[in-house]
Structures are given as C-alpha cells and as structure tokens.
Ligand binder design. Structure first.
Ligand code: AOF
Ligand code: ZN
Length: 371
C-alpha cells in the first residue's frame, strides 16, 4: 500500500510530461487508485484539450466507482474549452479526491472542492502542496497578476564575469549546461534579449532541442536598430517575434518606416513610453497577449533594467569553473547597482545543483519594500 504522498508524487511526474505544451494553462497530473492498485493515470497533454482528471477517468482498466482520485490541482467546475472535471468525477462515482493545490483561477477557486463535497465525496486538499505549486509557479503567477512570470538566466565565470573585456564569451559553461538552457527555453513562452546581443552575436534564440515549441522571441530595441538581414528578422515568418521599441521612436518618420518594414517581415512591433523600453509596461502588454512566462537571456544592460523595474521573479545562474578577471570584463547585472547592502535584492529559496563541472543556482528575488 502506497502513501497519499507517493500517489501524489506519481501525479506530479505525470503532470511534468505536459511541459511546454499546456501554456497558459497549468500542467496537471492525475492517478486513480482502487483497492491499493493504480487503475488509471492521465495528465493534461496539450492546451485546450482534455484535463488530467478526464483523461484518467476515460482510461480506467476497471470501474472507478468508489476509487480514490489524486490530482495535483483542484478539479475545475466551469465550462471552458472542456466540460467541468467535477461532473465526470461525480458521474463515475469516485469516493475520495486528494488534491495538491486549490486552483487560484477565479473561475474555480475552491468551487470544485465545494461541489464535490456537496455530492458526498470526501475531499482532502494540501497533499504535497508546495511541490504542486512550484510545478506550476508560472500558472500561479500569471493567473493572479495577468503578467508573465519572468526569469532571468545568465552564465558567469566563478569570478562573476559574463564575458572577457574583449567581449568573447564562448563558452563559460560546458555543453551539458548549455543543453539544459535550451530545455529551459521550452518551458517559457517568451525569450527576451536586448538589441546589444543581436548586434554582437546575431542569434536565432530558438529552442534547438527536439520537440521543443519555439518560444516567442522578444527583442528590446528602443530605437528599432535591428538589421533587416539579421537571423531574427529573416526567420520571423517561421518563429513568432516581437520587437519592443519606444513610442518616441515610432513618432519619428524613420522609426515609423522601420516599424512597417519589420511588420512586413512578420514581426510584431510593440512600443512603450519612456526613453528606453519600459519593461514593466512591456510585461503588462505581453500578459495581455497570453504570454504567461518570459526568460530573459540578456546582457548586463537588460538585466540591470529588469532588476531595476522589479519584474524578475526567478533567477537561473550557471557558474562555469573558470576565472576571467579584468576590471572591464562585464558582470551579469550592470547599471548603477544597489546603493548599499540594505538595498541589495535578496534571493530566497536558493537551490544549488551541479551539471558536469558547472554549478546551477536558482532563487527568487525579494525586492526591498522601501526605496
Ligand atoms: C487544464 N488542464 O488538467 C486542469 C485545468 O481553458 P480550459 O477550459 O481548458 O480551462 C482551463 C482551466 O481549468 C485552468 O486555468 C485551470 O484553472 C483549470 N484546470 N486546466 O488546462 C487540467 N485540471
Ligand atoms: Zn478540469
């Protein structure tokens, strides 16, 4: 006989199989257990398709009447793209439902639990709650703020440099770590870089891993300087691309002409107020376009603006085992930096792992309230 937590771990494992295909909806996994035996499993496979619970209940090896159902997120009770999961749970006469998290979606928000209980089904919430929330950190953030969950990723040497003073940065981390970054891109709906990176490296910013859905490429380019023969512009009809400029640039005739040239190449031009792209405003606009998550792969300039505008929700730091040195070699976050230690951005929930001879650190910035 397995424990509740063990079944929920299995549901979490299943949920992860939907990674990269469910956005902006959550990854959800479900296990149906009867007489100590798993009689069915399911997960949310693709955005707009059946939810985890329905998938599991439609595939049962035997009648699930009286069975226990484990699901990482509260069953929905609304008619959306699919009928409510509470309906099929009631119809199949499930006895008990074990839930990871209550759904923060205002259309559900405890409603699923209530309906199930009203039908005499025993409901237990909070099984591996923290693990289930972390799996869907993007969904939880996006559904409650309407803005994308923003992660900043950078690779630096052990002495905190992202390139040599000459600009050379190939490579700071090894192949395995770089491969992991490509996998990471699959998990984010948008990937953001600055025009500096485009001018220096002419990157594609796509997801080179097999099966990966390419994230939307977002380039911060206040003055719309991106060359029309860059890889990004040349591939914009195949990979969705947004260039973020400023309203000031767009107000000038050259800016307007460049914007329409870019639009003809298949690019969406989004402009914000300010002298340079206002990242907070940009995030609101991206959220309106259903972009639930953004991975910043910028240089020190973009990172400085991102932290200054407090849009970064998570950091991924890859540390390579080498020392670069040089007072002019750039660090991950440029700009003015914190005035003093009291104003430094603190990272919480730090996790450290190794990938070959590189180190990966993740953490969640907590911005100081008073400025
Ligand atoms: C999913 N998959 O397995 C579960 C979800 O757009 P709809 O109609 O598919 O509804 C999406 C909402 O349903 C989603 O925001 C979440 O609140 C709830 N549960 N969604 O896509 C699932 N269980
Ligand atoms: Zn549902």
């Amino acid at each position: 006989m397995k424990t509740r937590e063990e079944y929920m771990y299995r549901a979490l494992e299943l949920a992860r199989l939907g990674e990269g295909r469910t956005s902006p909806n959550p990854m959800v996994g479900c296990v149906v257990v009867k007489d100590g035996k798993i009689i069915s499993e399911g997960y949310h496979e693709k955005y707009g398709e059946y939810h985890a619970e329905r998938n599991a209940l439609l595939r049962c090896e035997e009648d699930p009447a009286g069975a226990d159902l484990y699901v990482t997120l509260e069953p929905c009770c609304h008619y959306g793209k699919t009928p409510p999961c509470t309906e099929i749970i009631i119809e199949k006469k499930i006895g008990r439902v074990f839930i990871g998290n209550v759904d923060p979606n205002p259309r559900v928000a405890g409603g699923g639990v209530r309906i199930l209980r009203e039908h005499g089904i025993e409901v237990v919430t909070g099984i591996l709650e923290e693990e289930c929330r972390k799996l869907n950190e993007v969904f939880f953030h996006y559904i409650s703020t309407g803005r994308p969950f923003v992660a900043a990723k950078y690779a630096m040497s052990t002495d905190g440099k992202i390139a040599c003073a000459s600009g050379d940065s190939k490579w700071i981390t090894g192949e395995a770590a770089r491969k992991q970054v490509h996998m990471l891109r699959k998990r984010y709906s948008g990937i953001l870089a600055g025009i500096g990176t485009v001018l220096a490296d002419d990157p594609m910013l796509n997801c080179r891993e097999e099966e990966g859905v390419d994230p939307v490429r977002i380039i911060c380019d206040s003055k719309l300087r991106i060359p029309v023969d860059s890889q990004i512009v040349k591939t914009a009809k195949k990979i969705p691309t947004i260039i973020a400029g400023t309203e000031k640039t767009l107000a000038a005739p050259e800016g307007r002409a460049k914007a329409s040239q870019l639009e003809q190449a298949g690019i969406t031009v989004l402009c914000t107020g300010g002298d340079t792209v206002d990242l907070a405003e940009l995030m609101t606009r991206l959220g309106e376009r259903k972009i639930d998550s953004v991975l910043i792969e910028g240089g020190s300039g973009i990172n400085a603006s991102a932290f200054a505008s407090e849009i970064v929700d998570k950091v991924y730091v890859y540390v390579g085992g080498l020392l670069i040195g040089g007072k002019d070699a750039p660090a991950p976050i440029g700009g003015k930096g914190a005035e003093d230690m009291a104003h430094a951005v603190k990272l919480e929930d730090i996790e450290v792992s190794t990938i070959d001879s590189d180190v990966r650190i993740t953490g969640y910035p907590r911005y100081q309230k008073e400025k």
